[in-house]
Design a protein around this ligand. Structure first.
Ligand code: GUN
Length: 302
């Protein structure tokens, strides 16, 4: 078999560097007497993973000098009550951008909430307006995880032009927007893209053709060595908690890729944790900075 020396796409390390760049930008703004950017989050219910993600977004916001706020609502919140908070944030001059942490409790229709977010504050890039702008190549907020993956590949100098990128998973949050981004005629893209999903026939045959394989299917250790071409770049978006009594937390994190057998085959691979996750948060900070700049510009020309 072909000898490949596996290299790590270290999202943790890269995220620290990009956060320093953002922090410098914030310092320059505040030195000019401007207020720092403000990112808000709405968290409904007590899902453990969602609480961890929101806490992490808040911590990163403070690391770069943003201010932040979290609106915590009980699990039995009605759609109407959640819409009131969304409408408040849409109108709030102190809030540059905000996210509604998903998933939402089942009495709330996610699409009704996303439709109500003002596109100019939609730093997750989830609204139909921002998705439409992205697909037509207009300026928009790019969804955080796909944007983070593009950043990771670009900053590590991975050549994407003309490469076959196979994306496994077609969620609105990751797979579908990523397939669009990777096929664009833009820096860090220009791939030939195949988007695979639960109805795809002969999945392993397709994934084995990938120069760049992105796995966002939400199934622990789904991708095994027989599904990967030697020398491929493998990006693992999955993150799952599995019980592990040897850990202080009582669990460890695994991805959608079976790293013990896939990693030795790869030219480059993202670890779990410390791969895509930290870049997702960085993208959210970058989007908030973009929203802030737009608002400041709009205010100075009004
Ligand atoms: N739940 C899982 N990923 C995300 C994300 O990127 N944004 C929001 N708002 N919720 C999520």
């Amino acid at each position: 078999m072909e000898e490949t020396k596996t290299q790590i796409l270290d999202g943790k390390e890269l995220s620290i560097r990009i956060k320093e760049e953002i922090a410098n930008e914030v310092r320059q703004l505040t030195q000019r007497g401007l207020r720092p950017p403000h990112l808000a989050a709405i968290l409904v219910g007590d899902d453990g993973a969602s609480q961890t993600y929101v806490a992490s977004k808040e911590k990163s916001s403070h690391e770069v000098g943003f201010t932040s706020s979290v609106y915590r609502l009980p699990a039995n919140t009605s759609e109407a009550d959640l819409l009131e908070v969304v409408n408040f944030l849409n109108a709030d001059d102190e809030t540059d951008g905000y996210i509604v942490q998903l998933p939402l409790p089942k009495q709330i229709d996610e699409s009704h909430i996303i439709d109500a977010i003002h596109p100019d504050k939609d730093v997750d890039g989830f609204t139909a307006v921002n998705v439409g702008r992205m697909v037509t190549g207009q300026e928009s907020f790019l969804p955080a995880t796909p944007k983070g993956i593009v950043t990771l590949l670009q900053r590590y100098g991975i050549d994407t032009v003309g490469q076959h990128c196979v994306v496994v998973g077609r969620s609105n949050i990751v797979g579908t927007p990523l397939a669009n981004l990777m096929s664009r005629n833009a820096a860090g893209a220009n791939c030939t893209v195949t988007l695979c999903h639960s109805k795809t026939r002969s999945l392993a045959e397709l994934t084995r053709q990938a120069d760049i394989l992105v796995v966002a299917i939400g199934k622990p250790e789904f991708v095994t060595a027989d599904m990967v071409k030697p020398g491929a770049v493998v990006v693992d978006v999955g993150i799952h908690r599995v019980p592990d009594s040897s850990k202080k937390s009582g669990y460890r994190l695994i991805g959608d890729v079976k790293h013990s057998e896939v990693d030795p085959l790869c030219s480059w691979v993202t670890p779990v944790p410390g791969g895509v996750g930290p870049l997702t948060i960085v993208s959210l900070l970058q989007n908030t900075m973009q929203a802030y700049r737009k608002r400041i510009e709009a205010m100075s020309t009004n």
